[in-house]
Design a binder for this molecule. Structure first.
Ligand code: PEP
Length: 250
């Protein structure tokens, strides 16, 4: 049985005071969250505040990106050890914004997955197709290519040490959500593609859906057999909305 995992991706949003208020709201409502693991992925600069406020709670936290390097002359980067220093448990790798705006390739993302996993962080591997790719019928080929880069570098068993977030790019931040059936179809195809290499990893690995998931549509999406949680952007910035998603899994 895969426990659903709901992760908030705050992106480059918030301030010390807004984050304090958001986390107080989330913590206050966590008593109603019965069947999901809850994570927030914060901007690195706020990790100390987040770690201080969430210590001892049942909300875990993580980074939104990490460097493949351990330390040194890499201006502006954050290492796995730096995230661990603030007790982060998770890190997002290969978010579509990193791939499209910062040129991250499948190989670089696979390297980040490997560095995170080896350091003891749980990587949340984002994959997903553009609108053009969906319309040309290559959705599963794109997802398979992105996952295969990780399998080639780390081996198929490593996938079970992370989480996969299927995020169709056309649904991210657009208000256009994949229908539960559309998302389920792709999630099932991703699981099948992994099962062809290792059935037990396919059974274990959690596959989140991401892309305009909100308080109104979460229940239906999370009810689908192969959807094991959500990666939430916009709706993770308001405690009430985020909690509505966290309490949605049956
Ligand atoms: C995301 O950026 O991972 C995401 C899913 O964003 P949103 O929920 O705002 O579409």
């Amino acid at each position: 049985m895969r426990k659903p995992i709901i992760a908030g991706n705050w992106k480059m949003n918030g301030s010390r005071s807004s984050i304090k208020e958001l986390l107080e709201g989330i913590k206050a409502g966590m008593g109603d969250v019965k069947s999901a693991e809850v994570v927030v992925c914060a901007p690195a600069i706020y990790m100390a505040d987040v770690s201080e406020q969430l210590s001892g709670s049942n909300v875990a936290w993580g980074g939104q990106n990490l460097s493949t390097e351990a330390k040194g002359a890499f201006t502006g980067e954050t290492s796995a050890d730096m995230l661990l220093d603030f007790k982060s448990e998770y890190v997002i790798v290969g978010h579509s914004e990193r791939r499209t705006l910062y040129g991250e390739t499948d190989e670089l993302v696979a390297e980040k997955f490997e560095v995170a996993r080896k350091a003891g962080l749980t990587p949340i591997l984002c994959i997903g197709e553009s609108l053009e790719e969906r319309e040309s019928g290559v959705t599963i080929d794109v997802c398979a290519r992105q996952i295969n880069a990780v399998i080639e570098k780390s081996g198929v068993k490593a996938l079970a040490e992370g989480v996969i977030a299927y995020e169709p790019i056309w649904a991210i931040g657009t208000g256009v959500t994949a229908t539960p059936e559309q998302a389920q179809e792709t999630h099932a195809a991703i699981r099948k593609m992994i099962a062809e290499k290792d059935a037990s990893v396919a059974e274990q690995v959690r596959i989140q859906y991401g892309g305009s998931m909100n308080a109104g549509n979460a229940k239906e999406l999370l009810a689908m057999e192969d959807i094991d949680g959500g990666l939430i952007g916009g709706a993770s910035l308001k405690a009430e909305d985020f909690l509505a998603i966290c309490t949605a899994p049956a």
